[in-house]
Design a protein around this ligand. Sequence first.
Ligand SMILES: NC(=O)c1ccc[n+]([C@@H]2O[C@H](COP(=O)([O-])OP(=O)(O)OC[C@H]3O[C@@H](n4cnc5c(N)ncnc54)[C@H](O)[C@@H]3O)[C@@H](O)[C@H]2O)c1
Length: 261
Amino acid sequence: MTVQNKVALVTGAGQGIGRGIALRLAQDGFDVAIADLDFQKDKADSVVAEIEAIGRKAIFVAADVSQRKDIVAAVDTAAKELGGFDVIVNNAGIAQVKPILDITEDDLNSIFRINVHSVVWGIQAAAAKFEELGHGGKIISAASIAAIQGFPILGAYSASKFAVRGITQAAAQELAPKGITVNAYAPGIVGTGMWELIDAELSKINGKPLGQNLKENVEGIALGRIETPDDVARVVSFFAGHDSDYVTGQVLLVDGGMLYN
Ligand SMILES: NC(=O)c1ccc[n+]([C@@H]2O[C@H](COP(=O)([O-])OP(=O)(O)OC[C@H]3O[C@@H](n4cnc5c(N)ncnc54)[C@H](O)[C@@H]3O)[C@@H](O)[C@H]2O)c1
């Protein structure tokens, strides 16, 4: 798929899945705003350079996605500096690895602010910008296999991703009359910093050696290998482009065959 003169903003794009999505959208023809926390600037600048090497425009915008004002400002900056606004990918998120009985109020507040509030703020900021520019657009958010099924020791994370699924379905119906589609991607086990953390924390809890929890989870994947950011990015490319114009409110599993719904 190729597009012309279109602009996408990807949150959490300094590394991992977000970086893969940003690079793929650039290959598709998008100019891309890389939004991430300020401390990720060096990594984000490298992604910007990779995109420029592909021949597209890119900028880094510092933003904490849990803060509504940061997302609104990031969307404004992207539109102003890149000359339009067509797609937002609400990708940034964190994991928490804790038994339900140990979860604190601070844990819940922090994971919901980063994984859930961010999606609402992203939807609001993008929809307002599309309206201002007089056209529709595409809103795409990060769900997970944990949005379809609750996983033990990932209870708060599962709850946050179930919430992303609910918001996606509701927003799709509310925003369809404005020509906006709202979808989400649900990866399985992607080899990023997030799974390094999950593996390390699970091993503290269940005593298995480092790497063992990841290995056992990957063994359960029908297609027989760990997922890459590019596997996810190809689904996001579909949601960002015209081929998905008649698709909205969907949470698409891209997990190599782990869950079936
Ligand atoms: N890795 C997996 O197996 C997996 C599976 C399913 C879903 N996901 C989801 O995919 C998304 C990306 O995950 P990843 O594996 O690339 O994680 P990652 O930890 O490798 O990268 C996350 C990125 O988000 C950024 N980020 C974190 N908090 C932020 C905040 N408050 N504001 C702005 N940026 C922030 C980080 O700086 C980082 O660049 C997340 O929403 C995650 O829940 C990941």
